[in-house]
Design a protein around this ligand. Structure first.
Ligand code: F6P
Length: 341
């Protein structure tokens, strides 16, 4: 048996740990693995990389993906036939896709064709917004990076008596913002799930000032917005999956908060720093468990499924169900966060 594997969409720490797990588990079970380069582009163009023990040795702690990635969508490019041809040409019996809703969504659509492409998906995105799984690879590392940024901003905010705004990623979900904000002791956390009133933010900063707390830390998700305001986008262009490039909520907030409070404000846009570097031990562990589970699904011929964490158990759900919508921050977590500001 021969498995094809690809990594698509935004990378994250511990993608390599998942590739390594797939390769090592497969080798144990007598299954060959062939990597396709740069997401779905590799399957369209027939660009591959052999994957054996030698290729994955030493990649466990390395950020990024040794296979490369892209936001290529074969359906949008009308290249599904090329994908199918290459699957046949390279003798692939089943695919494993590692990525978010877009990458795994292509797997889902291919699996639903009259002549289906067989395969399974692994949830991986720092946004942790895939509804079918309690966890997506990369999230813990991104939260650790954003928490560290909060800690660092605290000391300079305090010295300069400033409002320091930290803009974090997450697209339409506020998981990184709320978890890093709570862990990093932010004074205000703004997420896409809850539109906010600017006056409320300013009142909160002013109220701290009146208590002698002459600095504030605000964590704002890139997708957060005030009531009656659109999400801030960097460009009108969309990627091949229709995603806009968010970013700028922090700049917007800095100007408005400085205006309404008179407190000097600065913004830090954490950006792709959140997607790079060494994965946390939790991410390495989850990536390893997910990689092994994906190979098990293939051996059991359970096609069209998404590996998923439910509670503390690794299981799987149908791709269609697992990718339907966006997983939002829970009310319980949001209310806990609100208790602290
Ligand atoms: O989906 C992961 C993510 O990092 C989002 O949080 C962010 O909006 C987007 O990717 C950024 O995309 P790009 O790497 O194309 O700038």
């Amino acid at each position: 048996m021969r498995i094809g594997i690809l990594t698509g969409g935004g990378d994250s720490p511990a993608v390599n740990a998942a590739i390594r797990a797939v390769v090592k588990k497969s080798e144990k079970d007598g299954i060959e693995v062939l990597g396709f380069l740069n997401g779905w582009a590799g399957l369209i163009e027939g660009k591959t990389m052999p994957l054996g023990d030698d290729n994955v040795s030493g990649i466990l702690p390395k950020g990024g993906t040794i296979l490369g990635t892209s936001r290529t969508n074969p359906f949008k490019l009308d290249k599904v036939d090329e994908v199918k041809k290459n699957i046949a040409a390279f003798g692939i019996d089943a695919l494993i896709t590692i990525g978010g809703d877009a990458t795994n969504g292509v797997m889902r659509r291919l699996n639903e064709l009259d002549e289906p492409v067989r395969g399974v998906g692994i949830p991986q995105t720092i946004d942790n917004d895939i509804p079918g799984s309690d966890y997506s690879i990369g999230f813990d590392s991104a939260v650790a990076i954003a928490t560290d940024a909060c800690d660092k901003l605290h000391s300079t905010a305090e010295s300069h008596h400033r409002v320091m705004i930290l803009e974090v990623m997450g697209r339409d979900a506020g998981h990184i913002a709320v978890e890093a904000g709570v862990a990093g002791g932010a004074d205000i956390i703004l997420i896409p799930e809850k539109q906010f009133e600017l006056d409320w933010v300013c009142d909160r900063v002013n109220e701290r000032q009146s208590r002698g707390k002459n600095f504030s830390i605000i964590v704002v998700a890139e997708g957060a917005r005030p009531v009656g305001h659109d999400q801030v986008v960097r460009t009108e262009k969309v990627d091949q999956f229709g995603h806009v490039l968010l970013g700028g909520s922090g700049e917007y907030l800095m100007a408005e908060v400085e205006k309404c409070t008179g407190v000097e404000s600065r913004v830090t846009i954490l950006g792709h720093i959140q997607r790079g570097g060494t994965p946390t031990s939790h991410d390495r562990l989850m990536a390893t468990r997910f990689g092994v589970a994906a190979v098990e699904l293939i051996k059991a011929q359970k096609w069209g499924r998404l590996v998923a964490l439910k509670g503390d158990k690794v299981t799987s759900v149908p791709l269609a169900e697992g990718l339907d919508g966006t997983k939002e921050v829970s009310e319980e977590l949001y209310e806990t966060a609100m208790l602290f500001y």
